[in-house]
Design a binder for this molecule. Sequence first.
Ligand SMILES: C[S@@+](CC[C@H](N)C(=O)[O-])C[C@H]1O[C@@H](n2cnc3c(N)ncnc32)[C@H](O)[C@@H]1O
Length: 255
Amino acid sequence: MKLIIDTEAATLTVEESGNRQTHGLYTKEAFELLSLQWLRVGWSLRQYMTFTWQGLPVLQLPEDLLRLQEAVHRIRPTLIVETGVCRGGSLLFSATLCKAADRGRVVGIDRHIPAQVRSAIESHALSPLIRLIEGDSVSTAVVAEVAGLVEEDDTVLVILDSDHAQEHVLAELERYSRFVTPGSYVVAADGIMRDLADVPGGSAEWAFDNPFAAATEFLERNPEFERAPPPWPHRESELTENVSYWPGGWLRRRP
Ligand SMILES: C[S@@+](CC[C@H](N)C(=O)[O-])C[C@H]1O[C@@H](n2cnc3c(N)ncnc32)[C@H](O)[C@@H]1O
């Protein structure tokens, strides 16, 4: 595909498979085409590895965190379950939202939690809101431990951000979706992998082996869930789509 930006004519021309289409540069269509390329270039340069939350690295795109904040503000979960702790920044982000709402706690699961990450989380002021579980997220023992932490009247939101192979994400979806409260969400993070197969650092099989594909397969078997990103609470813009690493990843349990 060729994208030709002509700032003088204020156009964006797309050439693909012998077709040629020109959009106004300052249009929703151009914004969406450019955003996808911006995501791809940024990912290859590890833009997502340049952010911290409360001092700990958080491997997310800021817009995804802002949209997560909007969803949490509306749903007011009492329990946020996250697979994939890494350096701990995303757990602190969720715990910050719980603290601000004066409601909720966070469970973080990772197959390996290095001592310095554990120590950084456990010495943070938000640590009373955070429970760490070390182990394979799809193991019977870990899922049982999480189940033991879910209270009957909890409002639960789940974020899956560990191993992004389709098989693993599907296994996580099958195991963790049962905790999700009607009207709340399970997020299969990093569906953007399907669009990164050909960028530097990407991998050819990501075109089909990715969290987006896992979510699609899960939805086929679980009609009580629907693909539905949280509505934007504020929009004074013609734009309608998230610029996101989580395309198709917000799965809502129908109320
Ligand atoms: C993308 S990082 C998580 C990033 C983190 N959520 C953040 O936003 O900063 C993925 C993490 O998943 C963990 N992981 C990979 N496979 C796993 C598995 N089977 N069970 C639990 N954790 C796993 C890795 O150890 C790694 O720390």
